[in-house]
Design a protein around this ligand. Structure first.
Ligand code: AMP
Ligand code: ZN
Length: 113
């Protein structure tokens, strides 16, 4: 999608600190980390947010979560981690391309602010 920051990152038009990439998704470190480990996982196809997901995305979502589990194991996130996807204004979404935050290596408070 034109003028979408994360589409441009997925296409390699804007650089990112890549952690993992395959034909369907990209994982890269967040530019403003909120934990010692903070990376984002995005589908390469443009999906505006989790609100736009359908049953047809089940395989993609399974792949996203399996990749997150594998990356967290590789990074040694043995104490656990949090996966967050913000949706819309009230959810705190600032980039309108589906992304999963993965935060680890510190104790995370609950509930979120
Ligand atoms: P959200 O506020 O949930 O939409 O999350 C967007 C995230 O993207 C924020 O945590 C930003 O720090 C991060 N971000 C924005 N631009 C970049 C970029 N160029 N590279 C890596 N992360 C970015
Ligand atoms: Zn996009």
């Amino acid at each position: 999608m034109e003028d979408c920051l994360f589409c441009k990152i997925a296409a390699g038009q804007i650089p990112s600190n890549k952690l993992y990439e395959d034909d369907r998704l990209l994982a890269f470190y967040d530019i403003d980390p909120q934990a010692p480990v903070h990376f984002l996982v995005i589908p390469k196809q443009h999906i505006a947010s989790a609100a736009a997901l359908t049953e047809a995305d089940a395989d993609l979502l399974g792949h996203v979560f399996a990749t997150i589990a594998s990356l967290c194991a590789k990074l040694g996130c043995d104490g656990g981690y949090r996966v967050v996807t913000n949706v819309g204004e009230d959810g705190g979404q600032s980039v309108p391309h589906l992304h999963f935050h993965v935060l680890a290596k510190r104790s995370l408070a609950w509930p979120p602010g």
